[in-house]
Design a binder for this molecule. Structure first.
Ligand code: PHE
Length: 339
């Protein structure tokens, strides 16, 4: 009885205490073991009763050993050296790709001017990518060395299938499917058959803009792009239009901005001329409107197109186009806005 009380009252603070308990009460060489030895000498009629008591003692000791070792483990794990004053381990999350950051910013600026965002296919037929945009039959852009053709077709009405070379195909799809007023920007990926280098890639991204309505004029185009440039590159930016040529716009212009070093959101890389090109633009050619079933006597429109890579390059001073698609985590992490 007193042994049973001892067993029940025992408490172990450490491993050594636990071992002491085991040796004394559970091991065969301990006190309980000794009692079992003594059991052999007592007369048979008492053996039964004493044996039963001893067995209960043994079971109690074994159960207690289990409880003690569990208690010890529990306190051990809560006693590991935890410094609660240390800052937590940050949860590293992903971040948007720099081209996405730029695309979202461009969309934000134009949405406030009332432009919708439109989308179109990257695999396109010749008509939507070239013919409808007033490219003549033998235009050099249609050459294999400029365009990735997927399927060359012969026959009068069948169209070659290709990877779009610009987002202007979406202009055509919009004008075919909607009535003016149309005011949309069209971001997307485009493909050209070019050798990959720091300055050229076989795919890149554009944002095209289109505004078709009654009385849309060249000054609307200029003010729209001027507003965009100020928002994107800073208030002090100046805009310059140089005459240019695209089959689908007339007149056509190339848009330059002045090089300002890190003002506003962007850092414009300075060229020796003091100007850097950001977009191509012009008034939608009457033939293009006609091809889409819009009367050029009633409606006019402007269109512009710019490279998202170029804008990103000016914003973040990335000088090698290949970085955008190499997926180097060290490059991508630099555009993290939090963490
Ligand atoms: N599609 C032209 C290009 O890829 C850009 C452009 C779009 C020019 C709209 C004028 C108007 O170079």
């Amino acid at each position: 009885k007193s042994l049973l009380q001892e067993v029940e009252a025992f408490s172990a603070n450490d491993k050594q205490g636990l071992e002491t308990f085991r040796l004394r009460y559970v091991s065969r060489k301990g006190v309980v073991g000794d009692l079992f030895e003594e059991l052999k000498q007592i007369p048979n009629e008492e053996k039964k009763i004493v044996g039963k008591i001893l067995n209960e003692l043994k079971q109690a000791a074994e159960a207690k050993l289990l409880v003690l070792s569990e208690q010890l483990e529990a306190t051990a794990s809560s006693n590991v050296d935890i410094d609660l004053t240390l800052p937590g381990i940050p949860n590293i999350t992903g971040n948007l790709h720099p081209l996405s950051l730029t695309r979202y910013r461009i969309i934000e600026i134009f949405e406030r001017l009332g432009f919708n965002v439109a989308d179109g296919p990257e695999i396109e037929d010749d008509w939507h990518n070239f013919s409808a945009l007033n490219f003549p039959e033998n235009h050099p852009a249609r050459e294999m060395q400029d365009t990735f053709f997927i399927e060359k077709k012969s026959g009068r009405d069948s169209q070659d299938v290709l990877l779009r070379t610009h987002t202007s195909n979406v202009q055509i799809r919009l004008m075919k499917s909607q009535k003016p007023p149309i005011r949309a920007i069209m971001p997307g990926r485009v493909y050209r058959n070019e050798a990959i280098s720091a300055r050229a890639h076989c795919f890149f991204h554009q944002v095209e803009g289109l505004y078709v309505d009654k009385n849309v004029s060249f000054s609307d185009l200029k003010q729209t792009l001027f507003h965009f440039a100020k928002e994107m590159y800073g208030k002090d930016i100046k805009l310059r239009l140089r005459p240019s040529f695209f089959p689908f716009t007339e007149p056509s212009a190339e848009i330059d901005v002045t090089c300002l070093i890190c003002k506003g959101e962007g850092c414009v890389v300075c060229k020796r001329s003091g100007w850097v090109e950001i977009a191509g633009a012009g008034m939608v050619h009457p033939n293009v409107l006609k091809n889409c079933g819009i009367d050029p006597q009633e409606y006019t429109g402007f269109a512009f197109g710019m490279g998202i890579e170029r804008v990103t390059q000016l914003r973040y001073q990335v000088n090698d186009l290949r970085l955008y698609s190499e997926n180097d985590i060290r490059f991508l992490r630099q555009f993290r806005t939090s963490n």
